[in-house]
Design a protein around this ligand. Structure first.
Ligand code: ADP
Length: 517
């Protein structure tokens, strides 16, 4: 005789196996939950099903079957049920009947409910609930079948959760790598570029895509390396952890950059290298600053020592007891001592000013200033220092008053005029003038000296910058004058620039605000 019940359970077993295969081959949590729920509801001939998962935010309905979303809040009494662990016999949800009665009172016509706790390694991940009306009841066989399905379902949920978590962590790591202000390059075990972040691509001036798949040496082209070769750092002996190196990054068609690169090999459990991570910082500025400081110290010590040596030499000579110097010699000697002392005092003043600027303590006390007498005074002062230069004043009849700090304007002019003399060794005309365009005053100092090559003109105003050429190297200086000029002009709301032609001369311009009464 044909046994109906037997045939039904066979069909259920086949169903179960098919479902198990399907759910374990899916990794997307949403579709895994949907499939599990649909199978559970169909297997026990329920009407509606929900999957509740326990996350950081408490119990949450993560999939529903046979019920519109907007009715889900009515199932809240069931959703909020808390499974408790019964030692030796798994998880139980007490009071489910009462909770179902409450759902019915809220308006959903369900009288039957079965629950299926999803448990993985003793941790409860969630519960599947299947509900139906009152026509047929859930049998003991239904409960058994669901229970047999529970382990597979829990594994599938756990897998999918882990994959979701991995994807999230991967996205997080990718964002950290991509947006890191330092350059990051990830190599595979053979030294082929797998990932290049935006900062590193910017160092090279290429897009990350252009670098991927290339050999490390083609992308990270470092020269004058101090430390190990970063592309093969994993082979650099038996050192574990990170290795730091520095080198000059060659960039086709662009200025080199100095990089500090930390190389970190990543090993598998067997000790084989699987990846190499290179993190790079642009230390060009830092190195330049270091070089600048070194230049500064050598310039300053030289500039300080020379006048002191000259002063000492002359003073010693003049006071020799066995010599009987005539008046002229004594005067000449004293004049040199005076000149060198002035130079020392000027250098010390400039140094103090620069340190004030750097400390942000530069004080400007603006007042209405008439530039005419100020320029006269500067010309008078410098005329006695040189016979080879002629000073020309170029001012309109009417020049509005400037709103500036007279002491600072004098300092600016002193520096510009002293440069004009210094850098026109054959003499010539030094012209000092000013005009107004109604909005601001422009002041200029022009010479007929050696001039400045165009490529140097943008750099002159940097601290300690001196043009490096043999003829200029013999000219004394610290590279502070124009930096001071720029700082002082800008602190008074003006700007400074230069026009120059090598061999013909230079004109330095600066602006000052007009006094409006
Ligand atoms: P210093 O004169 O002490 O070297 P500055 O900051 O005043 O420093 O000037 C920086 C550099 O700019 C100088 O070393 C010089 O090469 C150049 N320079 C400045 N003024 C002139 C000028 N009038 N003509 C030609 N070169 C100049």
């Amino acid at each position: 005789m044909f046994d109906l019940r037997y045939e039904y359970s066979i069909r259920q077993m086949e169903y179960l196996m098919e479902i198990a295969r399907a759910i374990t081959s899916r990794l997307d949590l949403g579709s895994v939950l949907k499939l599990i729920l649909k199978s559970a509801v169909e297997m026990v001939r329920g009407e509606v099903g929900i999957v509740v998962l326990y996350g950081q935010r408490g119990p949450e309905v993560r999939a529903a079957y046979g019920i519109p979303r907007e009715l889900l809040p009515l199932l809240e009494p069931v959703v909020s049920a808390e499974p408790v662990r019964i030692p030796g016999s798994g998880w139980a949800i007490s009071g489910l009947e009462e909770r179902l009665a409450e759902v019915s009172r809220l308006g959903l016509p369900f009288e039957q409910i079965v629950s299926l706790p999803l448990v993985f390694e003793e941790e409860i991940l969630g519960v599947i609930y299947v509900l139906k009306g009152g026509s047929t009841t859930f049998t003991e066989a239904d409960r058994r079948i669901l229970a047999g399905f529970a382990d597979q379902a829990a594994i599938a949920v756990r897998n999918a959760q882990l994959v979701t978590q991995l994807r999230r962590e991967k996205a997080l790591l990718e964002a950290v790598v991509e947006n890191n202000p330092g350059g990051i390059v990830i190599l595979d075990s053979k030294g082929v570029v797998q990932t290049v972040n935006k900062a590193f691509a910017d160092f090279l001036g290429i897009s990350p895509r252009e670098a991927i798949g290339k050999r490390c040496e083609e992308v990270v082209r470092l020269e004058q390396v101090k430390g190990v070769d970063v592309c093969s750092c994993a082979r650099a002996g038996s050192v574990r952890g990170s290795i730091y190196s520095e080198g000059v990054l060659k960039r086709p068609g662009r200025k080199d950059k100095i990089l500090g690169v930390t190389c970190t090999p990543i090993y598998d459990d067997g000790g084989r290298v699987i990846n190499i991570i290179l993190t790079a910082q642009d230390i060009t500025r830092f190195r330049e600053a270091e070089e600048m400081e070194a230049t500064f110290i050598s310039i300053i010590s030289h500039e300080l020592k020379t006048p002191v040596a000259v002063i000492k030499g002359y003073a010693g000579t003049l006071r020799r007891e066995d010599a009987n110097w005539d008046r002229k010699t004594i005067e000449a000697g004293l004049a040199v001592i005076e000149e060198e002392s002035d130079r020392l005092a000027e250098l010390i003043d400039n140094l103090l000013e620069v340190s004030k600027i750097q400390a942000g303590a530069l004080k400007i006390r603006p007042e209405p200033v008439d530039l005419k007498p100020l320029i006269d005074e500067v010309i008078e002062r410098f005329s006695v220092q040189t016979l080879r230069h002629t000073f020309v004043k170029d001012l309109p009849e009417e020049l509005p008053l400037a709103y500036a700090d007279p002491k600072r304007v004098r300092q600016i002019l002193d520096n510009l005029v002293s440069n004009a003399i210094k850098y026109s060794p054959d003499g010539g005309i030094v012209r000092i003038g000013a005009w107004s365009n109604g909005r601001a005053l422009t002041v200029y100092v022009a010479d007929q000296g050696v001039g400045i090559p165009p490529e140097e003109q943008g750099k002159l105003f940097k601290r300690f910058y001196r043009i490096d050429s043999s003829e200029r190297r013999t000219t004394k200086g610290t590279g502070l004058g124009l930096y001071l000029v720029k700082s002082l002009v800008e602190a008074q709301g003006g700007r400074v620039w230069v026009h120059s032609e090598p061999g013909k001369g230079s004109t330095f311009f600066f602006t000052l605000p007009i006094y409006h009464g």
